[in-house]
Design a protein around this ligand. Structure first.
Ligand SMILES: Cc1cc2nc3c(=O)[nH]c(=O)nc-3n(C[C@H](O)[C@H](O)[C@H](O)COP(=O)(O)OP(=O)(O)OC[C@H]3O[C@@H](n4cnc5c(N)ncnc54)[C@H](O)[C@@H]3O)c2cc1C
Length: 400
């Protein structure tokens, strides 16, 4: 256990109350900072697709005291089934053999369950401003003057962007997203649909070269399936942002005449009010801080859903940033330490996928056949020891 060395009156504004934001707030509070979180949603965002907490991130949530609550929310997915173009089973495996997770240690839960647990751990100790966001800020020698959308103005010693892949804080301080976004060769849509197939605690993935659709029955609600439709494009599809009709039209065109349950999935997509469409990409920045502003989680180093490591990087990165700020008098030195001690972990996890090369989403017939042959041989494999990248960081000792 260590004690903080920084002056205890520093004020920090965090933008974003999802995963990185509340984790950072929890630890900054423990180090004696005065923390405010601004979140554009009206409440902590509930619902959402299943996400993983693995490896080093498990130790962070254990230290926060939220591990039992997260273990209770664990989804216990029993089967990961791969099917071919006609819906014929290629292989059906325990999920950890596919994801590199460690059975009885790593967790998978609804995104909203994780956010709710992290929020509950910190809500009494820090100030939350919901339904608001940073409009602009101006950095001074001795602080950052922030103007909020609501019109109020306040000064903070530091501002941290935990506002996700399309971070506004990043744009305001570092410039346009395009400089940092690395397109990975896929676009996807995700939405919920009625579970008319009676699936339970299982994921089924359908592949043809360049197309991958999945149905995910988490068991948290027997009536709902998470449908996922992914496709390869060498260039990111343009002009679809915010236009759900255009997104639906493109997906329907790409999946026209496909077999298995695809026609039912496409019909459900037409009615789905929660369709979320984006490209698969990573955020790669030469530096995660500038002046009195720093970034954490997806805002700084989104690894993409293809790695399944976004939440874990957000949790571990938040812990490392708080420990660096808590252990340094000077914020510039703290930001340097955060980066020095965390970058290798981030790089290793981002390297789990390459453009067009995600094993779950082969883009050529030969890559798909090779993947399927490997899967057939994997059926009798022993439990996985875990993907080394998931645990490739030793955390600094916990603050007393
Ligand atoms: C379809 C899909 C599937 C995924 N699957 C997995 C998976 O299996 N495993 C995994 O680990 N990860 C997965 N991820 C990634 C994971 O969701 C993210 O990596 C993780 O949520 C990052 O957390 P974060 O706190 O950094 O950012 P986010 O969760 O993106 O949160 C950002 C927060 O900031 C708020 N915000 C945004 N802009 C502003 C603003 N201007 N002002 C105030 N607030 C703002 C948002 O409302 C949100 O609450 C998936 C992502 C997607 C899209």
């Amino acid at each position: 256990m260590t004690s903080p060395t920084h002056p205890s009156t520093e004020t920090v504004l965090i933008s974003g109350a999802s995963i990185a934001g509340p984790t950072l707030a929890y630890w900054l509070h423990r180090y004696g900072f005065e923390v405010t979180i601004v979140e554009k949603a009206r409440t902590p965002r509930g619902g959402g697709y299943p996400i993983d907490v693995r490896g080093t991130a498990i130790e962070v949530v254990r230290r926060m005291g939220v591990l039992p609550r997260l273990q209770a929310a664990n989804l216990h997915i029993e089967r990961f089934t791969f099917v071919d173009a006609d819906g014929v089973t290629v292989a059906s495996l325990p999920p950890h053999e596919v994801t590199g997770s460690v059975v009885s240690q790593d967790l998978e839960m609804g995104r909203g369950d994780l956010t709710a647990a992290l929020y509950a751990a910190v809500r009494d100790d820090v100030e939350f401003l919901f339904d608001d966001s940073i409009d602009t800020f101006e950095e001074r020698d001795d602080g950052v003057d922030v103007e909020f959308r609501s019109g109020s103005r306040r000064r903070f010693d530091l501002v941290i962007g935990a506002d996700g892949m399309h971070s506004r804080t990043r744009r305001l301080q570092f410039g346009a997203e395009e400089q940092f976004h690395r397109y990975l060769g896929y676009a996807f849509g995700v939405f919920t649909m009625p579970n008319t197939l009676g699936l339970s605690h299982e994921l089924t993935l359908w592949n043809t070269p360049g197309r991958a659709a999945a149905l995910y029955a988490t068991g948290s609600s027997e009536d709902v399936l998470y449908a996922f439709v992914n496709f390869h494009r060498s260039e990111p599809p343009r002009g679809l942002h915010g236009d759900r009709d255009a997104q639906r039209a493109l997906i329907s065109e790409i999946y026209a005449q496909a077999g298995w349950e695809i026609p039912a999935i496409l019909r459900a997509m037409q009615d789905a009010e929660d369709l979320f469409f984006d490209t698969a990409g990573q955020i790669r920045m030469p530096s995660w801080s500038k002046g009195r502003v720093a970034l954490v989680g997806d805002a700084a180093y989104a690894p993409s859903f293809l790695t399944g490591q976004g939440s874990s990087l957000a949790i571990v990165g938040a812990y490392m940033l708080a420990a660096s700020l808590g252990g340094n008098q000077d914020h510039a030195a703290a930001f340097r330490a955060y980066e020095r001690d965390t970058r290798d972990f981030v790089t290793r996890n981002q390297a789990l996928v390459d453009t067009g090369g995600a094993p779950l989403f082969p883009i050529t017939a030969s890559a798909l056949e090779q993947r399927n042959t490997a899967l057939r041989g994997q059926v009798a494999m022993p439990p996985s020891a875990g993907e080394p990248a998931h645990s490739a960081l030793t955390l600094p000792v916990e603050i007393s």
